[in-house]
Design a protein around this ligand. Structure first.
Ligand code: MF3
Ligand code: CO
Ligand code: CO
Length: 431
C-alpha cells in the first residue's frame, strides 16, 4: 500500500487535532484513504514527520477513464472518445524517461464480475472505497471470531488463486494471461478480485516485473526468460479481503536475482517471526532493514503493509524500515499484512504515467513477499499460508537461513504443520 495514502501519521494527527482548516484543505487536495502502497512524491510533507506524507489523489482520477465498474462499462462517448485521451497518453508517455527495460504494453478490456452471487466491495462500481477506518493510527480493530473465520477463508482462497496464477508464469506468457487465470480462479471460488477498480485500478491483480516495485498492471507484455515477477493477489470473499504476494522466476535467473529474492524472503520471514501480542508494530521495520542493508540492498519507504479485513487498507501502517511512528501495539485478533519491497539499487520510486506502476528510479530490480496475518494469543499465523501439495516450493524456502520449508506461523500448531511438511518434502513424499 502506498504510504502517501496510508494511514494518518503523527503529523496528520496533529493537524487533525489542531487545525480544522488545514484538515479541510488536505481533504480537498489529497487522498485520505488508508491505502498502503502509494507513492510519496507530489506529497505534502507535514511538519515533524518525515515518514508520513500524502499524495494528491489526482493519480487515481486518471485511471478511471476507461473503467470503473464491476459490470462491463463502455466508454460512452459521443466525442472522439478513444482518439483524444489515447493520444494525450501517448504524448505523455513519449516524454517519460523509463528507468529500466520494462515498458507498458496494451491492456485488454477490463474484466467484469457479474455473478449476482458474488458479494462485491463498496468501490466495485465507482472506484471509491467508502470506509475510512479509525481516526488514529494506533487504534486497531480486534476482529471477532466470526470475522476471523471468514478471513481465513478469504486468505485461503487468495493463496489458491496465487498458486493458480503462478502456474501460468513462464516465458512467452503475457501478464494479461496471468490476470485472466487469476480473475477466473477468484470468481470460481465465489470471490471478487479486490484490485479490480480499487481506486480505479484496471485489472484483477498486480504483476510487477524486474524494476517494478509494485502495482504493475497486467498487459500484453510477454514474460521473458530471466525475468523476476511479483504476483500480488487479493480476494474479497463474503465481505473480507485476503492479500498475499510472492516472487517467481521466469525460467532460469541470474545469481544476483536469486540473491535479491533470497534476501528479501529472509528479511520478511524474520519480521514475521517477530510478531506476537505486546510488541510494537513500528519495530517490524528495523528487523527488515537490518537484514538487508548489510547485504547491500535498500528497503522501500513509500509503500507499506496495512491492516486488512472488511476494508482493504486500514490501520495499522506497517513500515518496512526503521522508524518511530506511533503505529500501535500488537494484540490477539489483529489482522494485517507485512509486505517489504527490497531493491538492488535505490529505493526511490518513480511512477509511470499510468499513475499506478511504481518502478525503481534507477531501474534496479526489486522483490517483495506478502502475507495476511492473524495475531493469536500465542503468536501469529498466516491466513494466506502456503498449501502443502498445492503451492510451489521455492528454492529460497528450502535454502533459507531463517526458516526452512513453508512458513506456517509461530503458534505450536503452525510450527507442527510446517515441521511435518518439511519432513515429507525431505523424504520425497510430496512434490
Ligand atoms: N495488493 C496490494 C497490497 O498489497 C494492493 C493493490 S491495490 C491495487 O496492498 F489497486 F493496486 F490493486
Ligand atoms: Co497485496
Ligand atoms: Co497488501
Amino acid at each position: 500500500m502506498d504510504i502517501s495514502k496510508a494511514f494518518p501519521s503523527r503529523a496528520r494527527i496533529a493537524m487533525t487535532a489542531f487545525l480544522a482548516i488545514t484538515v479541510a484543505l488536505i481533504t480537498l487536495s489529497i487522498s485520505t484513504d488508508a491505502f498502503s502502497t502509494v507513492p510519496t512524491k507530489n506529497s505534502l510533507s507535514l511538519s515533524t514527520s518525515t515518514m508520513q506524507q500524502f499524495t494528491s489523489s489526482t493519480r487515481l482520477e486518471m485511471n478511471k477513464k476507461g473503467k470503473s465498474k464491476s459490470k462491463p462499462k463502455k466508454k460512452s462517448g459521443s466525442s472522439s472518445p478513444k482518439g483524444f485521451a489515447a493520444a494525450l497518453r501517448d504524448l505523455q508517455e513519449k516524454g517519460f524517461k523509463f528507468s529500466g527495460d520494462v515498458r507498458p504494453g496494451k491492456q485488454s478490456p477490463q474484466r467484469v464480475v457479474n455473478n449476482p452471487r458474488i458479494i462485491v466491495p463498496d468501490y466495485a462500481v465507482d472506484g471509491q472505497p467508502k470506509n475510512r477506518g479509525p481516526l488514529l493510527p494506533w487504534l486497531i480493530e480486534v476482529k471477532k471470531p466470526e470475522e476471523i473465520a471468514k478471513m481465513r477463508i478469504s486468505g485461503r482462497i487468495a493463496r489458491e488463486v496465487l498458486d493458480i496464477g503462478a502456474r501460468a508464469i513462464r516465458p512467452g506468457v503475457t501478464t494479461d494471461e496471468v490476470d485472466r487465470a487469476v480473475h477466473e480462479a477468484c470468481l470460481e471460488r465465489g470471490g471478487y478480485p479486490s484490485p479490480l477498480n480499487y481506486h480505479g485500478f484496471p485489472k484483477s491483480c498486480c504483476t510487477s516485473v524486474n524494476e517494478i516495485i509494485c502495482h504493475g498492471i497486467p498487459d500484453d507484455r510477454k514474460l521473458v526468460e530471466g525475468d523476476i515477477i511479483n504476483l500480488d493477489i487479493t480476494c474479497y470473499v463474503d465481505g473480507y479481503h485476503g492479500d498475499c504476494s510472492e516472487m517467481f522466476m521466469v525460467g532460469e535467473c541470474d545469481d544476483a536475482a536469486k540473491r535479491l529474492i533470497q534476501t528479501t524472503y529472509d528479511s520478511w520471514v524474520k519480521s514475521l517471526e517477530f510478531v506476537k501480542p505486546g510488541r510494537d508494530y513500528k519495530d517490524i521495520g528495523a528487523i527488515i532493514e537490518d537484514h538487508i542493508v548489510p547485504k547491500g540492498y535498500s528497503t522501500v519507504k513509500n509503500f507499506c503493509g496495512h491492516g486488512i479485513g472488511s476494508v482493504f487498507h486500514t490501520a495499522p501502517n506497517i513500515l518496512h524500515y526503521r522508524n518511530n511512528e506511533p503505529n500501535g501495539q500488537m494484540a490477539a485478533g489483529h489482522t494485517f499484512t507485512i509486505e517489504p519491497m527490497i531493491c538492488e539499487g535505490t529505493n526511490r520510486p518513480i511512477t509511470w504515467t499510468d499513475q499506478w506502476t511504481a518502478a525503481t528510479a534507477d531501474g534496479g530490480r526489486t522483490a517483495q513477499f506478502e502475507h495476511t496475518l492473524i495475531i493469536t494469543p500465542d503468536g501469529v499465523e498466516p491466513m494466506t499460508a502456503k498449501i502443502p501439495g498445492h503451492s510451489k516450493v521455492q528454492f529460497w524456502e528450502m535454502e533459507s537461513e531463517v526458516h526452512k520449508g513453508f512458513w506456517l506461523g509461530t503458534t505450536p500448531a503452525g510450527r507442527a504443520r510446517a515441521a511435518k511438511f518439511l519432513e515429507e518434502l525431505q523424504q520425497g513424499v510430496l512434490p
